[in-house]
Design a binder for this molecule. Structure first.
Ligand SMILES: CC1=C(/C=C/C(C)=C/C=C/C(C)=C/C=O)C(C)(C)CCC1
Ligand SMILES: [Fe+2]
Length: 353
């Protein structure tokens, strides 16, 4: 069905199909809920206690967040129009086992290094997800070159990873310690220079320059200014969002309703049944299909979190410890997930336009 094509191989943006148009609307609604909800809660409550700020992140264990990666064993064959074979399952299983174990070992041996890697992976991965949505669902003509796509990925990933560092250094340091202390309470001090005013100032100037340069360049090269406006509005809205909403709350809402929802929609468009349901505007069926596909490995991920909780040197005693275990678990599962998503990107030519 050419009408339902989800390929971007041509490099030339095409008119979105019916299911893509609805998919794009879903991402806009999710994004507006995350940003509107986060800003409204912050405006109404001032500074919410951490235990309440953590609620969206906690919900992401079962809602959208963890499940978005739990279909990794299905997406590649579906993107190729093939049936899912035992070989596909084995490939993703071994990938998760090998890459996840190696990276878990880094957490045990050098937790401050592992944390820094985590921030870098997340920056690249959340950036790559937004580039996919802009190219595929918003038909962004200003992202026709690989260099514009890479710049945009750095901007989009930098918003959640760098703006909180500039705006909320104490919260950022708290989260860094919560994760690192699980393995070695002395190790977090190595990251102190990152939170120094001069470092944050340099990050602010460097990242601000990148944002302005990327948006200005996009404006100049865009054939169609509509998608560029979407890109610019989203970028500035996320910039403001991460600058004012306390990061635990901000990241929790963003992870579920921005990054994960966008990937869930992408996965639904790759599945014949879910895509058909989206085309019929039957969202309960589309999300139901996704939930069924994601359920077994979401449960598997929860087992990984529990196993991690038992393996760390410390005995988890506080909410910060539990949050730390969840985030380290996500980190370990995210590295293989990034490899699958990158293969998926390559499948549709996202990085060779
Ligand atoms: C919670 C939190 C942080 C880190 C969150 C990260 C790094 C989350 C990564 C999630 C991933 C990779 C999900 C999978 O797609 C920061 C930025 C230190 C700031 C303080 C709050
Ligand atoms: Fe992801």
């Amino acid at each position: 069905m050419a009408d339902e094509s989800t390929g971007v191989r041509s490099g030339t943006p095409t008119e979105p199909t019916g299911s893509q148009a609805l998919a794009a609307r879903i991402t806009v609604v999710g994004g507006a809920l995350a940003i509107g909800g986060g800003v409204a809660v912050t405006a109404l409550t001032g500074s919410l206690p951490r235990s309440l700020q953590l609620l969206p992140l906690a919900a992401s264990i079962l809602i959208l967040g963890v499940p978005h990666g739990a279909v990794d064993h299905l997406v590649l064959p579906r993107a190729r129009g093939e049936r899912v074979t035992r070989g596909d399952l084995a490939f993703v299983g071994v990938l998760y086992l090998v890459v996840g174990s190696l990276y878990a070992a880094v957490w045990f041996l050098a937790p401050a290094v592992a944390f820094t890697i985590f921030i870098g992976i997340t920056l690249a991965h959340w950036g790559q997800g937004d580039v996919y949505t802009l190219v595929e669902l918003a038909s962004a003509s200003h992202l026709e070159t690989r260099s514009m796509r890479i710049l945009t990925a750095l901007v989009r990933g930098g918003l959640p990873m760098l703006v909180p560092l500039i705006a909320f250094p104490a919260e950022y340091a708290f989260v860094a310690s919560a994760l690192i202390d699980l393995f070695d309470p002395a190790a977090a001090a190595a990251l102190d220079p990152i939170f120094a005013t001069t470092t944050r100032l340099a990050v602010a100037v460097g990242f601000g320059t990148l944002v302005v340069f990327t948006l200005a360049n996009g404006f100049l090269v865009a054939d169609d200014r509509g998608p560029w406006v979407i890109d610019a509005v989203e970028t500035l809205a996320l910039l403001a969002y991460f600058a004012v909403v306390p990061p635990l709350l901000a990241i929790g809402c963003y992870f579920a309703l921005w990054h994960s929802l966008r990937h869930v929609v992408r996965a639904m468009l790759l599945d014949d049944h879910a895509r058909g349901a989206v085309a019929r505007r039957d969202l309960p069926v589309a999300f139901g299909r996704f939930a069924r596909d994601a359920a077994p490995l979401t449960a598997g991920a929860v087992l990984v979190f529990v196993a991690l909780g038992f393996s760390i040197p410390a005995t988890p005693a506080t909410l910060a410890d539990v949050m730390g275990i969840y985030l380290v678990g996500i980190a370990v599962l995210t590295l293989p997930h990034v490899i699958v998503v990158t293969l998926l990107d390559l499948e549709v030519g996202l990085w060779s336009p």
